[in-house]
Ligand binder design. Structure first.
Ligand SMILES: CC(C)(COP(=O)(O)OP(=O)(O)OC[C@H]1O[C@@H](n2cnc3c(N)ncnc32)[C@H](O)[C@@H]1OP(=O)(O)O)[C@@H](O)C(=O)NCCC(=O)NCCS
Length: 135
């Protein structure tokens, strides 16, 4: 990799799906934002993104490669970006990145990322091919 590439700023990968303000009620006993709350925002983003792709119901089947790079603070604007990594017969694997903008600042910081998998399901919650609803 050349010198120029090394200096290039990393940008969020994918589509912005969830953007929200972190609140005091989302903290752990140390006063940092609770990791489980961040995970739930990522899962909401994945549910919206996968539902839009399959135009129907999806369920979360797996989460892997989670990494919490940096803490999230009260007052951060938290943004979840989704990008499709793999489409299978009934499942989608999505990379979900979480970036924050600290209070009164402008710069985006990547705080968390992971791979989430969703399965398209019918009304009886059985897996169906992801293109079933797309005409
Ligand atoms: C999701 C669910 C319907 C899948 O049913 P299943 O009988 O295991 O279905 P299959 O074995 O045919 O797998 C379906 C797809 O999921 C994928 N899959 C299964 N387990 C997986 C995992 N841990 N991670 C990623 N993908 C997985 C399979 O590879 C397959 O993908 P493909 O069709 O694109 O090749 C079933 O496991 C379920 O209902 N789980 C609970 C979902 C839920 O309630 N989520 C919310 C939790 S709070």
């Amino acid at each position: 990799m050349g010198k120029n590439n090394e200096n290039q700023e990393e940008l969020p990968q994918g589509e912005l799906i969830v953007r929200t303000l972190t609140m005091p009620g989302d903290t752990n006993p140390n006063g940092d934002i609770f990791g489980g709350w961040v995970l739930s925002q990522m899962d909401i983003a994945g549910a919206i993104y996968s539902g839009k792709r399959v135009r129907g119901r999806t369920v979360t089947v797996g989460m892997e490669s989670m990494k919490f790079h940096k803490p999230v603070n009260v007052g951060d604007v938290l943004c979840c970006y989704c990008d499709t990594i793999k489409e299978g017969r009934t499942s989608l694997t999505i990379k979900i990145q979480v970036w924050v903008v600290r209070m009164f600042e402008q710069k985006r910081i990547k705080v968390t990322e992971g791979l989430f998998s969703y399965v398209a399901v019918d009304e009886k919650k059985r897996p169906i091919p992801i293109d079933t609803h797309i005409k």
